[in-house]
Ligand binder design. Sequence first.
Ligand SMILES: C[S@@+](CC[C@H](N)C(=O)[O-])C[C@H]1O[C@@H](n2cnc3c(N)ncnc32)[C@H](O)[C@@H]1O
Length: 314
Amino acid sequence: MDFQHKPVLVAEVLKLLEPARRSTIVDCTLGGAGHSKSILDLLPADSWLVGIDQDDDALVAAGKILAGHENVKLIKGNFGQLDVLLSGWNRPIDGFLFDLGVSSWQLDNPERGFAYQHDAPLDMRMNQEGALSAYAIVNSWPAREMTKIFRTYGEEKWSSRVAAFIVKARENKPIETTGELVDIIKAAIPAAARREGGHPGRRIFQALRIAVNAELDNLRLGLEAALEICAPGGVVAAISYHSLEDRIVKLLFKDKAAGCICPPEAPVCQCNHTPEIRILTKKPIGPGIAELENNPRSRSAKLRAAAKLGSNER
Ligand SMILES: C[S@@+](CC[C@H](N)C(=O)[O-])C[C@H]1O[C@@H](n2cnc3c(N)ncnc32)[C@H](O)[C@@H]1O
């Protein structure tokens, strides 16, 4: 199976990141290197692209696509540890891109166990060496813990029923495949409710994927580190695909862009809080009609970006 992934909002990302002005851009979610390739085509010859992914398949595919470029460094790792991954990099870094979630390759590859459409072993690890898999959650977590993630990460109304049905099913034998899990979810959600809101497995699978990969914690850590490391004048851009991700990006940007945060009744500022960034996207940027027609998976994409301020701009 060839590595297939259509990059999303490429022109919009390039407009915000302005590769031609940059010294080093870090693509924190290399995937199939669609964004990275477009960035590299515009980067000055003495500038660098650093590509990070936690998935070995992505690194192999991206390595082939970017093979003709010399100013590229690929790193295997989790962007939740961005400061460690970039600690040896001694040039200014003035661009960061996060294109969150899974790639089409990961989703469409049955072996990876991400999709409710394919019957495959329950896995969902983006990092093939990760300690936690969907199998472990479904077969060993207490119902209460599963209910919590189904509710928080999947916003599933029938969370506790699905968790109870999972616990009941695993009394007989372990739940091994995505297909078995889909059947349990279908049995747990009443028929009338199943007719609304798309595939009944969608929200539970999203919740499991987020939990397996600690996606929201890593996003907070990675984005915060990028905003910290980014050189003044540099840009941090993030594309999110669901409201939980977008909320983290939006709130972190808002927090870092805030000036004085003293209560309005305070006569003089005591917080000494100064803005660290300027938000470049007042509203998130989504796909246009042409992109939607050409790539339905871009449907939920939201791009936000912020510029790091220098100490004289704060
Ligand atoms: C949506 S795809 C990126 C696609 C890429 N922009 C392109 O144009 O091909 C997301 C990629 O980020 C990786 N990823 C997600 N979370 C990660 C994390 N915390 N650390 C490192 N890589 C991560 C996934 O393995 C996946 O390959």
